[in-house]
Write a protein that binds this ligand. Structure first.
Ligand SMILES: *Cc1c(COP(=O)(O)O)cnc(C)c1O
Length: 451
């Protein structure tokens, strides 16, 4: 390694060939999912109307490593390994003794980490004879990833996009359609779940999920697909952390001091952080893991850890997770896609067990840090990733204050080139902070079922 090296990749013989399943190493098991009707623990057959059996088995697997099938590796090879960069210019700009690395998932064809699971989900559905997949999308990243993945495996794709982003992001809509999916504004008139809301309602991920689930459940040839939250989704994303571990070693680093990432449903940061948690649990490493969320949707820092539904209509299993309540409708002014009412059960569990920390940041700080990052590193972070960048900067400045040589790894989950509207608002001074009020929190928590 030269002293000036800034980009770390992998040789073909270092390719990551297994996903990592943190369930195998957890000190305590997360509580079981419950059937939304009977409130009894669900079995694999309860999920069969929505998911192919391969994914259901991954959802409950206790195997430490799951081999990545060759047809998935073939597609991964078109954009993986994603680069790990050392942010030398930004370090200088900050005047920090910290060494800052970022793992960049924006190099995927769709510009984010979401393709890592979209490919896997489309593949497993295709080998199980599924002809159509329905899904929701918030900011549009997941809809883009799944529509591209479905096109690769000859599956029809139907997407319900949260109303506010559908209205505000016509280019994102076009991209989803370029990749061949059929797109609906949610709440739509096509489903019972959608018709429960007035036309023009801003929508939410919870509502869009209800719509996509409803359609898949009624069509024997269709399945449903979720872009985050579930165990199998986080499993597929662990390729991010496994690559990062090897790349850091090639950069001459041992266990980093801290790994930071943004959390919406928890998939990109679960994927980055879980292999590091394994190193903490099994090899005595002492890496801090810090999940970053927006103050407008502070699931981990202000939500409660308890059973709740994954969607608004209560069609999904009940999962134990940090939740703001499934009726929660996030403020439409917020720019990022980190607006889900709950958090992946596995991420919730490791936070609850003290294996991961969580912080909430105002979006103004995030965009300010993201613009500084862009000026020094040439990459415009996705608004979600901007939260990780801002926390990375906090860590770097704290290291400077304390005169510490801290090694910081930032999960840069995607680029923001299709989210320039948010940057435009920020640059013109029109981006407001909108932290969740106590009153709104109490209102949405009141709808959480007592189990
Ligand atoms: C969807 C998305 C997120 C948030 O989802 P997670 O499941 O928490 O990863 C973060 N960053 C980008 C770029 C996204 O597209």
């Amino acid at each position: 390694m030269s002293d000036e090296q800034v980009m770390f990749t992998l040789n073909p013989d270092e390719e990551v060939k297994n996903w990592y399943n943190i369930a195998a190493d957890l000190p305590t098991a997360p509580p079981p999912p419950l059937h939304p009707g009977t409130k009894e623990p669900i079995g694999p057959e309860d999920l069969a109307p929505l998911f192919p059996m391969d994914l259901i088995l991954q959802e409950v697997s206790q195997e430490r490593y799951v081999p990545i099938p060759e047809p998935i590796l073939e597609v991964y090879r078109t954009y993986r390994p994603s680069p790990l960069y050392r942010a030398r210019r930004w370090e200088k700009k900050l005047g920090t003794p910290a060494r800052i690395y970022f793992k960049y998932e924006g190099v995927s064809p769709v510009g984010s980490h979401k393709l890592n699971t979209a490919i896997a989900q489309a593949y497993y559905n295709s080998i199980n004879g599924v002809k159509k997949i329905t899904t929701e999308t918030g900011a549009g990243q997941w809809g883009t990833a799944l529509s591209y993945a479905c096109s690769l495996f000859d599956i029809e794709c139907e997407v319900w996009q949260v109303g506010v982003s559908y209205d505000g992001k016509p280019q994102r809509r076009t991209l989803i359609e370029v990749f061949g999916a059929t797109l609906h504004r949610s709440p739509s008139r096509l489903t019972e779940s959608g018709r429960a809301f007035p036309e023009g309602h801003p929508g939410s991920l919870g509502i869009a999920i209800s719509e996509a689930v409803e359609v898949a459940a009624q069509d024997p040839k269709a399945n449903y697909s979720l872009g985050s939250v579930l165990n199998h989704v986080l499993l597929h994303q662990t390729i991010i952390g496994e690559e990062t571990l090897i790349q850091l070693a090639k950069a001459g680093e041992g266990a980093p001091d801290v790994v930071v990432g943004c959390v919406g449903g928890g998939s990109n940061f679960g994927g980055l952080s879980f292999p590091f948690i394994r190193e903490n649990l099994t090899k005595g490493a002492k890496t801090r893991l810090v999940a970053v969320e927006p103050t407008s949707c502070p699931t981990l820092t202000r939500g409660e850890y308890r059973y709740d539904f994954g969607d608004t209509a209560g069609l999904t299993p009940l999962l134990v997770m940090y939740t703001l309540g499934h009726d929660f409708v996030p403020s439409p002014i917020h720019a990022g896609g980190l607006r889900y009412h709950a958090m992946a059960p596995l991420v919730s569990h490791v936070v609850h067990e003290g294996l991961m920390e969580a912080v909430a940041l105002h979006q103004s700080e995030c965009f300010e840090a993201a613009v500084e990052f862009a000026l020094n590193q040439g990459i415009v972070p996705a608004p979600e990733s901007a939260h990780a960048v801002a926390q990375g900067r906090r860590e770097a400045l704290e290291a400077k204050e304390k005169g510490e040589e801290r090694v910081i790894v930032i999960g840069l989950s995607g680029h923001g080139l299709l989210e320039l509207g948010a940057y435009e608002k920020f640059l013109s001074g029109n981006l407001e902070d909108d932290p969740l009020s106590e009153e709104d929190l109490a209102k949405s928590m009141a709808g959480v079922p007592e189990i």
